[in-house]
Design a protein around this ligand. Structure first.
Ligand code: PEP
Ligand code: MG
Length: 603
C-alpha cells in the first residue's frame, strides 16, 4: 500500500516530528505451558535466577544512563521496575510454580506476572492499570533474558518509533539514539508511556490502536503531538509543511522558555499565576525554567502506588521536603492521595503486596462510582493521618517555602470537616512534640457536581478551592474521561463547565477565598481564555503546556476576555461557544493556536 492515511490517537507530548517509522512489533509469540521433568527443576531455577539477575542488571545500567537527565519520572519508573525484578514475593511465586507444578521458567513467569497484571487491571482505575502495564513490561524483560535477548534492536537516529508501549528501559536508549517521535498503540494521557515521552521531550501520540498493523517499517510518518494524529506517507507538500511546522515550533518554544522567568501578566497588566501539575516528586526539578510559579497539583497517589506497602511517614516527609527545596521559593500544593479501593489495598503499609492477596482485594460492583478520594482516605487505617504528618513535617523542615494541602473529590461538608479535624489533631500532636510548624493553606477540590452545588458550605472552612475540570466534566456529563473516543462529548468548554466555574468563582469571591483551576481545561486553547475571563487568576497544568499558556496570557487583555466569557455564559452549546471564542480571539491568538495544532475551521 502506498497511499497516505491518517490514524487518530491521544496527543500526549506536544510538537511535530517527521521521520521513517521504526516498528517494534508486539512482544513475540505467546509462551506455551511447557513443563519440565523433576530432574530439570534445579536447572530451571538456575535459569530463572540468571534471567532475573540479567534483567536487574539491564535496569541498573539504564538507571545509570538516565543519571544525567533533568527529568525525574523516567528514573522513578525505572527504579520501580528494578525493584520488581528482585521482588521476593513475586520470585517466590514463580519458583513455587516451577518446583510444585514443574512449569518451565518462561511459563511460570508468564502465569505469575500475567495473573498479577490482570488482578491489577481488573477494575482498579487508571493508576492500577498503569501498574499492570509495568508488571507486563518487567515480565517482558524477564522473558527476553530467558531467551537470551537484550533490549530491543536499537533504532537509527531520526526515526519515529511505532510500538505497543514504551518500557522505560528502552526509553533511555532511545534518547541516546535520537528518536524523533513516538506512536504507541496503548496508553492514555496519564500513562507511563506518555510520561516518558514528555520526559524525553519527543512529540508523541498514544492509543493509536491500529498503528502496528497498518504502519510498515520505513514508511514516512508525521507525528502531530498537538492534534493527536499520525499521518502516514504524507505527500511532498504535507512533508514540507510538517518540517516547517516542526522547525517553527522549536524556535517558538525556545523563545517562550527564554521568557519563562519574567513576571506573567495579561496585556492589560493583570497578574496571572501558572503552576504545574506533577505526578512524581522528581518532576519538581526543572519546572521553574519552564515558567511554572510552583506546583499547583502534586498528585501524591502515584507515590503510594510506586512504593506499594513500603511508603513510610519518614520516607514521605523526606520526599516532600526535597520537592519543596526543588521548587523553592515557590509554593507546592500537595493533594492527599486520590486512590480507589483496590489501589488503597495495595498502598496500605501493613497490607499485601503479593499477587495472591491482591487477587482477593475487594471488587467494586460499579467501578466508575466505587469509593475513591477523600471519602475513602478517611477510612484508610491511618494512611491519611501519616500523609498529613509527613506534609506537616516537610513544611517544618523547609519553612521558607509555602505549603498547601488539597483534599480530592470532596463531596460534602461533613467529609471535609472530618479531614480538617484529622489535620488539626496531627498539627497539635507535632506541636506538642516540639515541632515548629509554619502556616499552611488548605483547599478542597471542586470536581464533582455535589461540590459545585455545595461550594458555599465548603468555602468557610478552607483557604482556597481548586476546580478539577477532568472529573467535573466526567461526572457532570457521564462521560468516561479515560476513553479517548468518548472525550468528544466532554470538551473543556462545555457550557456546563463554564457555568460551574462561574458559580464557584462568584461564591469564592463572596467568601473572599482563592479559586483555581487545575484540570486539563486550564491548558486548552479555547477554554483557557474563557477561564481567565470568568475570573480565574491561578491555573495549574501539565508542565509541557506552560510556555504556550503563558504566551496566550500575555497576548490577551483581561477586559476583553471578560466580555467573551460573559457572552459565552449565555450560550447553551459547546459548538456555539467554540465559534464565539474563535471569532472574537482569532486575531490575537490565531498564530498561537496554529502552533498548538488547533486549526479552527469555523466562521
Ligand atoms: C481533575 O479531576 O481535574 C484533577 C485535576 O484531578 P485528576 O486529574 O488527578 O483526577
Ligand atoms: Mg480529579
Amino acid at each position: 500500500m502506498t497511499s497516505s492515511f491518517t490514524l487518530a490517537g491521544v496527543a500526549v507530548s506536544v510538537g511535530v516530528a517527521i521521520g521513517p517509522a521504526w516498528v517494534i512489533d508486539a512482544r513475540g509469540a505467546p509462551v506455551g505451558q511447557r513443563r519440565v521433568t523433576r530432574e530439570q527443576v534445579p536447572h530451571e531455577l538456575a535459569r530463572l535466577r540468571a534471567a532475573a539477575d540479567r534483567a536487574h542488571a539491564e535496569l541498573v545500567e539504564a538507571l545509570a544512563m538516565a543519571s544525567d537527565l533533568p527529568n525525574g519520572p523516567l528514573r522513578d519508573i525505572l527504579e520501580a521496575h528494578r525493584q520488581l525484578t528482585c521482588d521476593t514475593t513475586v520470585r517466590a511465586h514463580i519458583e513455587q510454580l516451577i518446583e510444585e507444578e514443574l512449569a518451565s521458567a518462561e511459563s511460570a513467569v508468564v502465569r505469575v506476572m500475567q495473573g498479577f497484571a490482570r488482578s491489577l487491571e481488573g477494575n482498579g482505575g487508571p493508576h492500577l492499570r498503569e501498574l499492570a502495564h509495568d508488571v507486563e513490561q518487567v515480565a517482558g524483560h524477564l522473558l527476553d533474558a530467558l531467551a537470551g535477548h537484550g533490549p530491543a534492536t536499537e533504532p537509527p537516529a531520526g526515526v519515529v518509533l511505532v510500538v505497543r508501549d514504551l518500557p522505560p528501559r528502552d526509553a533511555v536508549r532511545l534518547r541516546e539514539r535520537g528518536v524523533v517521535g513516538l506512536v504507541a498503540t496503548h496508553g492514555s494521557a496519564t500513562s507511563h508511556t506518555a510520561l516518558l515521552a514528555r520526559a524525553l521531550g519527543i512529540p508523541a501520540v498514544v492509543g493509536v490502536r491500529d498503528a502496528l498493523t497498518t504502519i510498515e517499517s520505513g514508511a514516512l510518518v508525521e507525528v502531530d503531538g498537538f492534534a493527536g494524529a499520525c499521518h502516514v506517507r504524507p505527500s511532498a507538500e504535507e512533508q514540507s509543511r510538517a518540517r516547517a511546522r516542526a522547525n517553527r515550533f522549536e524556535t517558538f518554544v525556545r523563545g517562550l522558555v527564554e521568557r519563562a522567568r519574567e513576571p506573567l501578566r495579561t496585556a492589560d497588566q493583570v497578574s496571572i499565576e501558572l503552576r504545574a501539575n506533577i505526578e512524581l516528586p522528581s518532576e519538581g526539578r526543572g519546572l521553574l525554567a519552564r515558567g511554572a510559579q510552583g506546583v499547583g497539583l502534586f498528585r501524591t497517589e502515584y507515590l503510594f502506588l510506586s512504593s506499594p506497602g513500603s511508603l513510610t511517614e519518614d520516607s514521605q516527609a523526606r520526599t516532600y521536603a526535597q520537592l519543596l527545596r526543588d521548587v523553592a521559593p515557590h509554593a507546592v500544593t500537595f493533594r492527599t492521595f486520590d486512590l480507589g479501593v483496590e489501589e488503597l489495598a495495595r498502598a496500605l503499609p501493613s497490607g499485601p503486596s503479593a499477587p495472591a492477596a491482591l487477587r482477593s482485594a475487594p471488587r467494586a460492583a460499579n467501578p466508575a462510582l466505587a469509593p475513591r478520594g477523600l471519602r475513602l482516605a478517611l477510612q484508610s487505617g491511618g494512611l491519611l493521618e501519616r500523609q498529613l504528618r509527613a506534609v506537616l513535617r516537610a513544611s517544618a523542615d523547609v519553612p521558607d517555602v509555602p505549603v498547601e494541602l488539597l483534599f480530592p473529590m470532596v463531596t460534602s461538608r461533613s467529609e471535609l470537616l472530618r479531614a480538617l479535624a484529622l489535620l488539626s489533631d496531627e498539627r497539635a500532636g507535632l506541636r506538642a512534640a516540639g515541632v515548629t510548624l509554619p502556616a499552611l493553606r488548605v483547599g478542597a477540590m471542586i470536581e464533582v457536581p455535589a461540590a459545585v452545588v455545595m461550594v458555599d458550605a465548603l468555602l468557610p472552612h478552607v483557604d482556597f478551592v481548586a476546580i478539577g475540570t477532568n472529573d467535573l466534566l466526567q461526572y457532570s456529563l457521564a462521560v468516561d474521561r479515560a476513553d479517548p473516543l468518548s472525550s468528544r462529548w466532554a470538551r473543556p468548554f462545555e457550557p456546563v463547565l463554564l457555568r460551574a466555574v462561574h458559580h464557584v468563582v462568584q461564591q469564592a469571591r463572596a467568601a473572599d477565598k482563592d479559586v483555581r483551576v487545575c484540570g486539563d481545561a486550564a491548558a486548552d486553547p479555547i477554554a483557557l481564555p474563557l477561564l481567565l475571563g470568568l475570573g480565574v487568576r491561578h491555573l495549574s497544568m501539565p508542565p509541557p503546556a506552560l510556555p504556550v499558556a503563558a504566551a496566550i496570557v500575555r497576548r490577551l487583555a483581561h477586559s476583553s476576555v471578560q466580555q467573551v466569557a460573559r457572552a459565552a455564559l449565555a450560550l447553551a452549546d459547546a459548538d456555539e461557544i467554540e465559534k464565539l471564542v474563535v471569532s472574537e480571539l482569532r486575531a490575537s491568538l490565531g498564530d498561537l493556536w496554529a502552533e498548538q495544532g488547533y486549526a479552527p475551521t469555523l466562521g
